[in-house]
Design a protein around this ligand. Sequence first.
Ligand code: OGA
Ligand code: MN
Length: 350
Amino acid sequence: MYRADTTADEAAEITAFRRAEKKYKLYYEQSSKKFYRKKKPKQVDLSEVLDFNSILNSHNQNDELPPGIAAVRCGFDDRPVFRLETRPGFYFIPGALSVEEQCKWIRESLRSFPQPPNRTNHNAIYGPVGDLFVAAKEGKVLLEEEGSNGDGQKWRFCEEGVAKLRSKGNACKSVSGTALLRKLRWSTLGLQFDWSKRNYNVSLPHNKIPDALCELAQKLAAPAMPKGEEFHPEAAIVNYFGLGDTLGGHLDDMELDWSKPIVSMSLGCKAIFLLGGKSRDDPPLAMFLRSGDVVLMAGEARECFHGVPRIFIDEENAEIDSLETHFSEESHLLDYVRTSRININIRQVF
Ligand code: OGA
Ligand code: MN
């Protein structure tokens, strides 16, 4: 059956990957009542989505695994690591990160990873913007004002009251910190990835990946590493997803050595991940990614199209109860986490 929004003719032309993206993407019910405000998400059939949480449970309880899925011997911290027989080089580590670790990396992703010289999607419009999370928390407003040395217009955070006074009369542009935080889509750590050229720009100023993240990635990468070799994290892309945000099918092919894994950590709300084949015409496998899950893509799996068509923020599906408990005293983190997913993916570039 084709979806209602896709005619049979159109469906014949789109790829199998695109078809799966459309299947899982968030759509809303058309409301018949004119003034019914609250949009209702359309129900989607999740029966074909692989659930490594339940696979882990049945593996632990009775050593059973579904066909095509194998457990790797060299477990990570004694946790089982699963691989797919049809996708060599792909590894799934359910619950690899403890709740404490998840909270730590969520905090870092919001407070320190978007700090200059790391770049974010906001750079192109506003230049380097520091302390975004704190500014949002304190209700600050980003205002375009004259540079202090007469060096042109600059965007700076200021108190809401000050922003109101300044913008009175003159058509001064401004945007609230809260809106900017909600629209944060990516930040780049270590060697800076240039999204417009889809390549690394080594001439851009950058800091090394934080040691703790580097060490964690090396530990996590172990099941996918060629014998006797070491993983050297040089860059990371942090993706921030709000409701309705997606990551379209793509390959990460700008790194030199594809035998080295991409280490990809999921934080916050649950998502659907699509793992395709080497062609967009290969039907992808769908699987849930929960907070704390880690995926490794190395070797042949580096040539497989993949993407994220959906995140869930409703109580039943988001599965962030333990994060909510941990952030119960930090209302800004709690608010963010309840409606968002963060993905940190770490790469060796050279
Ligand atoms: C990426 C990516 C996957 C995810 O950023 O290249 O594939 O789980 N992310 O968000
Ligand atoms: Mn990717």
